[in-house]
Design a protein around this ligand. Structure first.
Ligand SMILES: Cc1cc2nc3c(=O)[nH]c(=O)nc-3n(C[C@H](O)[C@H](O)[C@H](O)COP(=O)(O)OP(=O)(O)OC[C@H]3O[C@@H](n4cnc5c(N)ncnc54)[C@H](O)[C@@H]3O)c2cc1C
Length: 331
């Protein structure tokens, strides 16, 4: 039987028996439940339980501090209602999904290594692949506790093709399971789309994209969309990697046009190598360029230190309008 979830602000929805979490149930009901990562890292879906019973899926999720936990705060992405509940959270129209997520049976149709420890996974679903470029899917790597988020690296399409760039993390359970436990032909459920760091087509601003590591996946999707419907906008792509072998952008987007300026920077390329491009961290390289922030949209994705450095640059130093900043931190 479905449970009735009542918000202190008045809205309510039915949490069906096959729903997984309060957050995804609310988003699937079309509600603007605040969220960013959907997998326990960011803490943006924290809420207060006024009454009712909730099962906590991952009690140690880093998105909540010990202090918040003691004060009774919970994460909606790690909460599964066990009966009717009343919850307190400020719903936000900005978080209302443009495309409501669904769980789609998928099959892995191909996997190719594009850099050491980095591979492109291609899945196919019967239903069309509906998402906004830059969004992510939640999936359950085989044999691992908890879901992982992976961002689509291709464009939405009617053929049901979903591409993801996944990096094998040293000691990481989910990413290693993707590489080692999944074979071409295997089934997996894709729960998508989620995320707000997606391509905005409704203006004529230039585009600056910054990717670190596997952040190149959603950035490739955004660049493909900007090439497709970005008019005459210039598209600057900054890719940060350790060495030349780790660069992936050109394996994902092969289009050559004057509108697209590609600027990689390497942080661990051997001193003696024949690399004529930039060295150092990618955010420092971005800083060396002067972009008119009022007429530029910034998209960036990748490891938390890179995302924090970019936020610091854009918000604190360049004072870019917050509405021009679209980012996903890969917790
Ligand atoms: C919005 C978003 C988009 C992302 N896109 C990509 C991408 O395109 N490519 C890519 O390579 N990576 C991406 N990531 C990172 C990816 O989701 C994983 O964090 C990464 O693969 C490392 O996972 P792991 O299992 O190997 O490492 P682990 O250290 O084992 O786990 C890391 C993450 O898994 C989750 N987790 C761990 N244990 C549990 C548990 N018991 N219950 C529930 N959750 C748990 C947490 O979110 C944790 O931060 C993205 C992350 C986010 C938030």
């Amino acid at each position: 039987m479905a449970h009735r979830i009542q918000f202190a602000s008045g809205e309510s929805f039915a949490f069906a028996p096959d729903e997984d979490t309060l957050l995804r149930g609310a988003l699937r009901a079309g509600l603007g439940f605040p969220n960013d990562c959907g997998v326990g890292g960011c803490g943006n879906c924290r809420f207060e339980l006024v009454s009712g019973e909730i099962e906590t899926l991952w009690a140690e999720a880093p998105g909540l501090s010990e202090r918040e936990r003691k004060r009774g705060r919970r994460l909606a992405c790690q909460s599964k209602p066990a009966g009717d509940c009343v919850v307190k959270v400020r719903l936000d129209d900005e978080c209302r999904p443009e495309i409501v997520a669904s769980r789609l049976p998928a099959r892995l149709t191909a996997m190719r290594e594009i850099a050491p420890g980095m591979a492109e996974f291609v899945f196919r679903t019967e239903a069309p692949a509906r998402f906004l470029p830059g969004q992510f899917a939640v999936m359950q790597p085989p044999g691992v506790a908890g879901a992982r988020a992976y961002s689509m690296s291709n464009l939405p399409n009617d053929g049901g093709e979903w591409r993801f760039v996944v990096r094998r993390m040293a000691g990481g359970k989910g990413s290693n399971a993707m590489f080692d436990a999944l074979k071409v032909g295997d089934a997996l459920t894709i729960d998508a789309p989620y995320g707000r760091a997606h391509w905005r087509s409704g203006n004529s601003h230039d585009v600056v994209c910054v990717a670190g590591g596997s952040g190149i996946g959603p950035i490739a999707s955004i660049v493909l969309a900007a090439l497709r419907d970005g008019g005459q906008r210039r598209i600057h792509v900054f890719e940060g990697a350790r060495t030349q072998a780790d660069l992936c952008f050109r394996k994902l987007v092969s289009t050559e046009t004057e509108r697209l300026v590609y600027a990689p920077a390497l942080s661990a390329e051997p001193e003696k190598s024949v690399w004529a491009g930039a060295r150092g961290f990618i955010h420092a390289h971005v800083e060396a360029h002067a972009f008119p922030v009022e007429a530029t949209e910034f998209y960036f994705a990748g490891p938390p230190p890179m995302v924090e450095a970019m936020n610091d640059l854009l918000v604190m130093r360049w004072r870019a309008p917050l509405g021009h900043i679209h980012t996903d931190k890969f917790f």
